[in-house]
Design a protein around this ligand. Sequence first.
Ligand code: HEM
Ligand SMILES: *[C@@H]1O[C@H](CO)[C@@H](O)[C@H](O)[C@H]1NC(C)=O
Ligand SMILES: *[C@@H]1O[C@H](CO)[C@@H](O)[C@H](O)[C@H]1NC(C)=O
Length: 318
Amino acid sequence: MARRVPIAPQAVDAPLTCSATFIVVTISRTAPDAVSTVRSALASVSDLTKNVSIRDLNASFACTVGIGAEVWDELTNGLPRPAELHAFKEVKGGKHIAVLTPGDVLFHIRAERRDLCFEFERQLMDLLGDAVEVVDHTVGFRYFDVRDLLGFVDGTANPVGQAVPQATLIAAEDDGNAVGGSYVVVQKYLHDLRGWKGLGVERQEAIIGRTKLENIELDDAGEEEQKAHKTLATIEDEEGTEHDILRDNMPFGNPAASEYGTYFIGYSKKLWVTEKMLERMFVGVPEGKHDRILDYSRAVTGSTFFAPSADVLDGLGE
Ligand code: HEM
Ligand SMILES: *[C@@H]1O[C@H](CO)[C@@H](O)[C@H](O)[C@H]1NC(C)=O
Ligand SMILES: *[C@@H]1O[C@H](CO)[C@@H](O)[C@H](O)[C@H]1NC(C)=O
């Protein structure tokens, strides 16, 4: 019997940092050798990470790479497909839509220093050249005590410690073709901050399900009311087991352009869990009673990726 070699995941569990960049690209259909250029760039990401992270080992630099369903076969030279990998499922609620937007590869770049992210982006884009078209590039920043631009502490209910790999990394018994990998869903949201401010703090707290200053969880109001975000985003199966995802949301924006946003990113070993959250938020529970966060936050992108193990990523160059 072959010896079981432990499989190294990508740095899915890297900490929330002061700075993060999200780059979503599509592979060019016209540039010559685009697919092989991207393939070898992805295989170089761990090298590039070493070259940049050594310049300040305290900066918690990390980059994770996600690959989209449409390009998986071609980009990986036909590696077996992760069982749940498919394109982002658009969710049409009565009032709000979780839109699907193009995206073949995602780079989630994190560091305590913006300059390290920048340097990595520069070297990465040099490798990718005209083999890709950038469809979105968002630079996020830490806002006070990890607050989103709605003013609430964001990330509290995330799994910690051993619960992180349990929630995010696919094990051999889950899917033998995808061991050490993780599904990643991203959505870029733009906020109507004027409308949100007009609500007053108490109504905002009821929408989120936590107090604003102290970050204390609140019970939902009566059955008649729309449920709080934290309740709609809690997924329990028939046996009462809760299924978690790991969120690394970052605020971004440009006050001079009245742009205020949250970049949502969720890692999970079960794609259906994140999808179920989106369905509950956008369609509502019961149907029609959607997440009121959405009345003040518009999803302008939506893409799903699979972040394979570091071994798979490094091996793409062979
Ligand atoms: C405008 C975008 C969003 C904002 C501003 C936002 C903000 C928040 C805040 C402030 C909390 C409470 C603190 C915490 O536990 O982190 C929270 C909880 C949570 N959010 Fe979001 N969120 C957004 C979108 C999403 C989306 C799209 C999903 C999933 C697809 C999601 C999943 C969750 C989950 C799982 C929790 C924890 C629920 C719990 O167990 O208490 N969020 N979010
Ligand atoms: C990392 O640095 C080494 C040494 O300078 C260099 O040879 C290598 O090409 C760099 N790797 C990448 C992916 O840029
Ligand atoms: C890293 O941080 C530790 C603890 O904060 C500090 O003692 C050390 O000098 C730092 N190292 C560098 C290279 O900045």
